[in-house]
Write a protein that binds this ligand. Structure first.
Ligand code: GRF
Length: 202
């Protein structure tokens, strides 16, 4: 399975995927290309350093579908048959999502359905929850609402700020996302309605 990774920012989750690939732990998945909507995303440098094609597909000035068409064209050029959203900060419409049914995964820094959206860490802290975590899920056209593949719970400690909580969540995210990608590529995940079977909680 050839995976296109979409990024917008720092790329620590991309790095976890690249490191897993270098250790031989991602097979039969291969990272075919990394596409960023932001030219300044540090994630691009991580891909290049690992010898993976890294390209910018800038969303600015484009209607959503026109942007998605450019993404689809680059993914096709790299013969990607699955997509990982690793800190990709654009909402994808059915125009894109319907091209990869059960072949797009996203990682989100909360235990969904709690705290969807772009401010999951801030929202969890503001709410005062004692447990939050990571959710890796299939992407459909809803906002962070697709079938849940795997979750890891992470405690919120007294006195946590966003940076401290993010660091604790990302440690788990960096373990979970490569495991899910490997299972998906190996054909080990099956989905019945909202219920995804094939990966054990650790
Ligand atoms: C991750 O925490 C992910 O859950 C969220 O965006 C963040 C991206 O971080 N969707 P990075 O760019 O992988 O470091």
């Amino acid at each position: 399975m050839r995976v296109g990774v979409l990024v917008s920012g720092t790329g620590t989750n991309l790095q976890a995927l690249l490191d897993a690939q270098a250790r031989g732990e991602l097979a039969p998945a291969t990272i075919a290309a990394v596409l960023s909507n932001r030219p300044e995303a540090p994630a691009l440098g991580r891909a290049a350093a690992a010898g993976v094609p890294a390209e910018v597909v800038d969303h600015r000035g484009l209607a959503r579908e026109a942007f998605e068409d450019r993404l689809l064209a680059r993914l096709a050029a790299h013969r990607a048959d699955a997509v990982v959203l690793a800190g990709f900060m654009r909402v994808l419409t059915p125009h894109f999502v319907d091209r990869f049914p059960l072949r797009i995964v996203n990682t989100h820094p909360s235990l969904l359905p709690a705290f969807p959206g772009a401010h999951a860490l801030e929202d969890a802290l503001a709410h005062g929850v004692k447990l939050t975590g990571v959710t890796v899920h299939f992407v459909d056209a809803s906002l962070d609402g697709g079938p849940i593949i795997a979750q890891t719970a992470v405690p919120v400690e007294d006195g946590d700020d966003v940076a401290a909580l993010r660091a604790r969540i990302q440690r788990e995210e960096h373990r979970l996302l490569p495991r899910v990608v490997q299972r998906l590529a190996a054909g080990r995940l099956s989905c019945q309605g909202r219920h995804v079977i094939g990966i054990r909680a650790e």
